[in-house]
Design a protein around this ligand. Structure first.
Ligand SMILES: [Mn+2]
Length: 232
């Protein structure tokens, strides 16, 4: 029998408690790695942080988390800025401190496979969006430079995995605000079998009505509720 270990990767939860709850149920007992943007956009920032802390998720900070901490959404569009300011006001001192303590990147070894995780890109952890169509030429360079076999990224809300000469670069997509036209919560499972890593993408239906209702009841821009139904 081959030795097989599995690890769950989530990203861009964006204060969506209903989506996160369904994904965590589906993940079961696997270790969880969260690629940032835990808060922003949605209506349940404290609940999602506390749930991930209880599940002992290994986390990093995203650009929305940092904006919520500094309450300065300078580079954000209007509706993202309104939401991040609202999220910032909701955060308890304890959760604020927790976000403040998160690193921008991590290097780990999972079942003997070296892995790097960050929100944006290895060159610009909180700013740069990495898409296969624009960045696939960079993937081998990233893997070699970092000396890892797997790179996990978030930020774009678009799931992908690319197998290159040096290893795998992947994005699990967004739990709380998918943008690939599929409204179901997105995450990924990394499997290491006999030292070889593979990535499987998963989608889960969740109670979008409740998430959307909470956004509207919080007085956040209605379009942030509406986009959840169409996955944009
Ligand atoms: Mn995001």
């Amino acid at each position: 029998m081959a030795q097989k270990e599995e690890f769950a990767f989530i990203s861009d939860v964006h204060s969506n408690l209903e989506a996160l709850s369904v994904v965590l149920d589906d993940i079961g007992g696997l270790s969880i790695f969260c690629l940032g943007d835990t808060v922003g956009y949605g209506a349940s920032p404290n609940e999602v942080i506390e749930l991930l802390v209880r599940r002992r998720a290994t986390m990093i900070i995203g650009n929305h988390d940092r904006a919520a901490l500094s309450a300065s959404p300078a580079t954000f569009n209007a509706r993202a800025a309104v939401a991040v300011m609202w999220n910032s006001k909701q955060l308890t001192d304890e959760n604020r401190q927790f976000l403040q303590g998160l690193p921008r990147e991590r290097k780990l070894e999972l079942a003997g496979v070296p892995l790097y995780m960050t929100h944006g890109s290895p060159d610009d952890n909180l700013g740069e969006y990495v898409y296969p169509v624009t960045h696939s030429d960079m993937f081998d360079h990233y893997l070699r430079k970092l000396g890892v076999k797997v790179i996990a990224l978030g930020h774009t809300h678009l799931p992908f995995s690319a197998v290159d000469r040096e290893g795998i670069v992947f994005n699990p997509g967004s739990v709380g605000q998918p943008r690939d036209g599929d409204p179901r919560a997105s995450y990924a499972v990394l499997t290491v079998s006999d030292g070889r890593a593979t990535v499987e993408h998963r989608r889960k239906d969740y109670d979008i009505e409740t998430s959307a209702k909470k956004i509207i009841e919080a007085g956040l821009p209605r379009s942030l509720a509406e986009r959840l139904f169409i996955g944009q």
